[in-house]
Design a protein around this ligand. Structure first.
Ligand SMILES: [Fe+2]
Ligand SMILES: [Fe+2]
Length: 183
């Protein structure tokens, strides 16, 4: 499998989780309540699977490989890095708001919704740009051998950051939550 294909596959998983988050928000908006365990699971998925693992693969391996074949650092790559940072801040703000929601604060509940909506639209748009622009660029400029090396590096990041068992756990969570919210 191409390294970029692994990232595209992960994007599909992330998009499903964004839809789940959208449904949790809709419930919160309509009833003032949600299942806190579910939001906790989603936040962990966003922090570990999306940020540490997926964004780690892009930031530490893919982007530098693109710079090495002449893609300017201050072009699309800078935009992607900035969006990762914005996403990180929104997840942090969502976590803080979620802690407030657990104490019964109504303003915190609104902040959960606001940050979640911001994150969902940011990430959806970000994924489209990577799939349709950056990864297309990568596929045309990186040799097969370079893609293979990246793929191996991705496996290593995954093992180091989350461990093999944890990866399966995240897939299980995705399956469980999409069964509850998206069927
Ligand atoms: Fe990204
Ligand atoms: Fe990505």
């Amino acid at each position: 499998m191409k390294a970029t294909q692994q990232l595209r596959d992960e994007h599909e998983g992330v998009k499903i989780m964004l839809s789940v988050l959208g449904q949790v928000c809709q419930q919160l908006e309509a009833t003032g309540n949600m299942n806190p365990e579910h939001l906790e699971g989603i936040l962990e998925f966003l922090k570990i699977f999306v940020d540490k693992c997926h964004h780690g693969k892009e930031e530490e391996l893919l982007f530098p490989a693109l710079v090495a074949v002449g893609v300017p650092e201050d072009g699309p790559i800078a935009v992607m890095l900035h969006e990762h940072e914005m996403g990180r801040n929104l997840v942090k703000a969502m976590s803080t708001a979620f802690a407030g929601y657990m104490t019964g604060s109504i303003s915190s509940s609104k902040a959960v919704l606001q940050n979640a909506h911001g994150y969902i639209s940011l990430l959806r748009d970000h994924i489209e740009k990577e799939n349709n622009v950056l990864f297309v660029m990568a596929d045309s400029r990186l040799s097969e051998q370079r893609q293979d090396e990246l793929f191996e590096g991705f496996e290593k990041i995954e093992e180091d950051r989350i461990g093999v068992g944890k990866h399966e756990e995240f897939h299980g969570l995705l399956k469980k939550l999409s069964g509850i919210y998206l069927d």
